[in-house]
Design a protein around this ligand. Structure first.
Ligand code: DX5
Ligand code: ZN
Length: 217
């Protein structure tokens, strides 16, 4: 499979999510950033909003849970209709059990790492996952500057995934734009979240195309 572009709806117009999703028909997934004011210092949306958008959007939902206690709350996001659930390993009490529960409920299980969280301790649990998300900013806000210091970790994650041989996607999130996507792709990422770059563009649909073009080179 080629690369995938997953625009972050955090930078879309929250009063018109259905129309905003339709403006990016070429996107592979809709990335929904769930923040709880505990795990990150910002508050966005929860399962009811995801459920409403999942019913009307053509694209599947990629839910990024920046919340405390994902062990308790993540299953509700599968029930709300998200096709992929990303929890933060820093917040999960039992990441293996949680990944298995997400899969058993029928969604893709994904684990996120903040910029200072190493990937090495989690190598043995890769077979439990469908995707790994390497954050390239500190989670909490859109529009932040891409952290180049995360590139070596993307490279190491790619090597680990290739070694295990499974079909695990490698996602990057934070500061991804036409300027930075090439570096991420070169390091081995294949799923790209972009919020401000897509919805800050005059033509979001065209930006999705351009990102796919540059990221897929
Ligand atoms: C940040 C979120 C991101 C954010 C990305 O905590 O997880 O998904 O919306 O926004 P940009 O692409 O503007 O950095
Ligand atoms: Zn995100």
């Amino acid at each position: 499979m080629g690369i995938q572009i997953t625009p972050s709806m955090l930078s879309a117009d929250f009063a018109n999510l259905e129309a905003e999703a339709a403006r990016i028909s070429g996107a592979d997934w809709l990335h929904m950033d769930v923040m709880d004011n505990h795990f990150v210092p910002n508050l966005t949306l929860g399962a009811p909003v995801i459920e409403a958008l999942a019913k009307v959007a053509a694209q599947p939902i990629d839910a990024h849970l920046m919340i405390a206690d994902p062990d308790r709350w993540a299953p509700a996001y599968v029930e709300a209709g998200a096709g992929s659930i990303t929890f933060h390993v820093e917040a999960a009490a039992a990441p293996v059990r949680l990944a298995r529960e997400i899969r058993a409920k029928g969604a893709r299980a994904s684990m996120a790492l903040k910029p200072a969280t190493p990937i090495e301790p989690y190598e043995d649990m890769l077979p439990e996952l469908d995707m790994v998300l390497i954050m390239t900013v500190e989670p909490g806000f859109g529009g932040q500057k891409f952290l180049d210091l995360c590139l070596p970790k993307i490279r190491r994650a790619r090597q680990m995934i290739d070694k295990h041989g499974g079909d695990i996607w490698l996602q990057v999130d934070g500061g991804v734009s036409l300027e930075t996507i090439e570096r991420c792709a070169e390091a081995g990422a294949d799923v790209f979240v972009a919020g401000s770059a897509v919805f800050g563009a005059d033509d979001p649909e065209d930006m999705v195309r351009q990102l796919r073009d540059v990221g897929g080179r």
